[in-house]
Design a binder for this molecule. Structure first.
Ligand SMILES: [Zn+2]
Length: 430
């Protein structure tokens, strides 16, 4: 099997889907026509490898490589149907447990080609490698595409894995809306997913022995270590806050400065405060998105919404930083006569990856560096409930969520080999 070719073909097949014009990266938002094409690719890829395709009730896609003679009706395999005494070591999962690998296919606006797809393409490729060596696995292996990981459309990240693990309330999820006012419930229904059925899936989780996500690194950690592949130790606690500033629309050419209640001026204070607070408190704080109403060149804005993203190694640091930024914006809001409301849209506590699984992976791979990351991932959501791990592939520039995001094909192959070795260890040996 020419691994470079297998990976390159996967990226080439996905390349035209959701590509923005003029090389501006990808616009692959959840539950859109573009997403439908990505999901159709997943189903085709499953079929091409002879894997059993399934969409779960949270819109996540699964492709199952079943042990020979054990093609289960439905999924996961019914308790008691597995080979006896094959408890995945160190996982505490039942003997008929399965192992999963995957990531996501959606993107941020102007996203790169690797964040997400590498883990899905790599998951399929790893199964293909193992199919060449084994008639079948000892326990089922699933390749997963988690729905709406980036949260670009509905504002909450990792929707598919949050719902699966119960980290997102189904009612709150159904009520999420996109910029056009379409609810997540309606968007799910339009794709044939019953919005009433979303929510924690204990049956599936109870049989998931381990989840491994292959992902491009979103920083330069591995570059600094001169290592093509690493394993994740933890994901920083992180959250999103919506800052709503309400002032008064007026004419830019006639309204005296003293008479203005300019919400954009106050929002600018918040943007600047985020950087200043981050610099002195050891967190990362970013305002990367604002909505200005009415957004006119010659109009003082009436309403501005700004989204604050904050991450740090400790939750207390994140909380303190957000409070300080909100206080700074609040003081400026009072001076300007602007109303400020701060709402937490999502918060994800620190994800600590299962130490036993990580030790096992390091052992299988013969020693790879471990590193923490500030980026959220489906594996982080799963780590709260089941043993989960991440394999990072070197990103020479560290640039991510950008069309320039890149990993060398050789490093992607190293990541693929690592993933295949881990899956082989977890699922192909008694
Ligand atoms: Zn990702």
């Amino acid at each position: 099997l020419a691994l470079e070719e297998v990976l390159a073909r996967g990226f080439a097949e996905l390349a035209p889907i959701g590509a923005a014009r003029d090389g501006a990266g990808y616009e692959r938002f959840a539950l859109t026509a573009v997403d439908r094409e990505l999901r159709a690719w997943f189903a085709r890829r499953a079929r091409a490898l002879g894997l059993r395709y399934e969409r779960d009730r949270n819109a996540n896609q699964w492709a199952w490589w079943d042990p020979p003679g054990r093609v289960a009706e439905g999924h996961p395999p019914a308790p008691g149907t597995g080979a006896p005494g094959t408890r995945a070591a160190g996982t505490g999962a039942p003997p008929d447990a399965f192992v999963a690998a995957g990531s996501h296919l959606d993107s941020v606006p102007g996203g790169g080609a690797f964040d997400g797809p590498l883990g899905v393409i790599g998951g399929f490729a790893a199964v293909e490698m193992l199919q060449a060596r084994y008639r079948g696995p000892v326990r089922p292996v699933a390749v997963v595409n988690f729905a709406d990981e980036e949260g670009a459309r509905f504002g909450v990240s990792c929707v598919g894995s949050r719902l699966l693990t119960g980290a997102l309330d189904p009612g709150a999820a159904r009520a999420l809306t996109d910029a056009e006012g379409t609810s997540l419930a309606d968007a799910l229904a339009a794709e044939g997913v019953d919005p009433a059925g979303i929510g924690r899936d204990d049956e599936r989780l109870g049989h998931l022995a381990a989840f491994v996500e292959l992902h491009i690194e979103q920083g330069r950690g591995l570059g600094d270590l001169a290592a093509p592949v690493g394993v994740a130790s933890a994901i920083w606690p992180h959250g999103r806050w919506r800052l709503s500033f309400e002032g008064m629309a007026d004419h830019a050419g006639t309204t005296r400065l003293d008479d203005r209640r300019d919400p954009l001026l106050v929002a600018a204070t918040a943007v600047v405060a985020a950087r200043a607070v981050a610099a002195r408190s050891g967190c990362l704080a970013t305002v990367g998105r604002v909505r200005v109403v009415p957004n006119g060149t010659n109009a003082i804005a009436s309403v501005v919404e700004a989204w604050l993203d904050c991450r740090a190694p400790a939750e207390s640091t994140v909380r303190a930083a957000v409070d300080e930024i909100a206080d700074a914006a609040g003081a400026e809001a009072r001076r300007e006569g602007v109303e400020l409301v701060v709402r937490e849209e999502s918060f994800t506590p620190e994800a600590r990856f299962d130490p036993a699984l990580r030790a096992r992976i390091v052992d299988v791979l013969g020693g790879v560096p471990a590193l923490a990351t500030g980026a959220g991932h489906d594996a982080g959501m799963l780590s709260a409930v089941v043993p989960a791990a991440m394999l990072f592939v070197r990103n020479p520039t560290g640039v991510s969520h950008n069309p320039a995001e890149h990993a060398a094909l050789g490093d992607c192959v190293a990541g693929l080999r690592a993933l295949a070795a881990v899956l082989e260890d977890l699922a192909c040996r008694g």
